[in-house]
Design a binder for this molecule. Structure first.
Ligand code: ASP
Ligand code: MG
Length: 421
């Protein structure tokens, strides 16, 4: 008997009809002789709606209370999905993250899973139950509920798959798999059959909203092979797995655009040792994820220091950095929210040269100005003006020949001569 962990995202369980359909699919998996643990997201836009509601009563809601609020979305959907399973005659039981034995650290809003005790899940599986776990949450050392960051149900699923040593971890979505680019932006984008953990990790942290990056990190660390597939149709999706040599054949696997970033600039910073360390120490202490960093060449011992942060963290960044402005004798602090980060990713970059050059040239040909650049072994990111992001992604997708036309893998050997009819 195989053990499946199946995770269903918010749009796959958006209403009663969706719930019934998903329940049927889960039931079919169970009837085929498998044990099933389901992880479910909040229905539709519930999480967004709850955040809006909270901000209507308090523009900067307390983080503990935000967690208590947001966790309810997943609790509701797990109970409703379980009821739908009961209606089909299935034996099923819902659990909160806490009941499922998920322990997290003390950081609210982006807690990390520290330990899972799957005793209760195991017990119910052994009794023949389908176990439906509320995603995105766990219990912290203070015995409070904490959430895992947006998209965190993915991480719940992967972590449970690792803890239960599941045979499969399937992430079922309203898309067919992982695409070369967002199909809503690039009509020619195509579904990938497979992608390496590293690539998925870079894409996820570069704004591709397919999987939460922490989920991929977890999968990589524990060797959990992920399958991203459609929740609407039964057909193969994309496998996320360890890279192999064949994967390097393709130079670029995917392109992502992240519009949820803001650029902070510390103006007129004295160019002396220790300044940057102080700035970034404080940001780290406040749990603010700094991504790109650029320091200008200093003129007369004064420099500008720019870095990007998640748009949601702008207020927090202000609070952390503003008191420092005086202390380090900088001239001021500036925020720019109208930026986008566009990234190209592929393990093939390790063995191919000239990729950065080509990217910059394509952007130049399209008169798109690059404001910041950062690279890793398998990724090149640029910051550009936000309204130009979609155009940039389309142009790059085209220039790197990633579209549907490139669907056929390059022929390994010469094709056999065609017989004439
Ligand atoms: N409901 C949460 C969110 O929308 C978690 C998830 O969907 O994975 O971010
Ligand atoms: Mg959601």
């Amino acid at each position: 008997m195989a053990l499946y962990v199946q995770k269903y995202g918010g749009s796959s369980v958006a209403d009663a009809a969706c719930m019934r359909r998903v329940a049927q699919r889960i039931y079919d998996t169970r009837q085929a002789g498998n044990q099933v643990v389901v992880v479910v997201s909040a229905m539709g836009d519930t999480t967004d709606d709850l955040i809006v509601l909270a901000k209507q009563v308090n523009p900067e809601p307390n983080e503990r209370e935000m967690d208590s609020l947001m966790a309810t979305g997943e609790m509701a959907s797990s109970a409703i999905l379980t009821m739908a399973l009961h209606a089909l005659g299935a034996r099923a039981i819902s659990m909160t993250g806490h009941q499922a034995g998920i322990k997290v650290d003390g950081t609210h809003l982006k807690a990390k899973i520290q330990e899972i005790n799957p005793k209760r899940i195991r017990h119910h599986l052994d009794q023949g139950f389908i176990v439906v776990v509320a995603g995105f949450q766990g219990m912290n050392p203070a015995e409070d509920v904490a959430t895992l960051g947006r998209g965190g149900s993915d991480t719940t699923a992967v972590a449970l798959a690792a803890a239960l040593k599941a045979d499969r971890c399937q992430i079922l979505k309203d898309v067919d798999g992982v695409f070369t680019a967002n199909p809503r932006v690039v009509p020619a984008a195509r579904k990938l059959d497979e992608i390496a953990y590293e690539e998925m990790l870079e894409l996820a942290s570069c704004g591709a909203e397919v999987l939460q990056s922490r989920a991929v990190e977890f999968a990589k660390n524990y060797g959990v092979v992920l399958e991203v597939l459609s929740s609407f149709e039964v057909k193969p999706g994309t496998l996320v797995r360890e890279e192999d040599e064949a994967m390097e054949q393709m130079i670029i696997r995917g392109i992502a655009a992240d519009k949820n970033q803001a650029k902070a600039t510390l103006l007129g910073v004295p160019d002396t040792p220790g300044v940057a360390a102080r700035v970034f120490k404080n940001l780290a202490a406040a749990n603010i994820n700094v991504d790109m960093i650029v320091q200008n060449v200093s003129a007369a011992g004064i420099t500008d220091l720019s870095f990007t942060v998640p748009a949601d963290d702008v207020a927090k960044t202000k609070r952390v950095i503003e008191p420092l402005v005086k202390e380090i004798k900088a001239a001021g602090l500036d925020f720019d929210g109208a930026i986008a980060k566009v990234s190209i990713v592929g393990v093939g970059m390790k063995s191919h040269s000239g990729v950065a050059y080509k990217m910059f040239e394509v952007l130049a040909e399209n008169r798109i100005n690059i404001e910041m650049i950062s690279t890793s072994e398998i990724k090149i990111s640029v910051v550009i003006r936000a309204p130009e992001a979609d155009r940039a992604v389309r142009a790059l997708h085209d220039a790197f020949d990633m579209g549907a036309a490139a669907r056929q893998p390059p022929a390994r050997k010469k094709p056999a001569p065609q017989k004439k009819k």
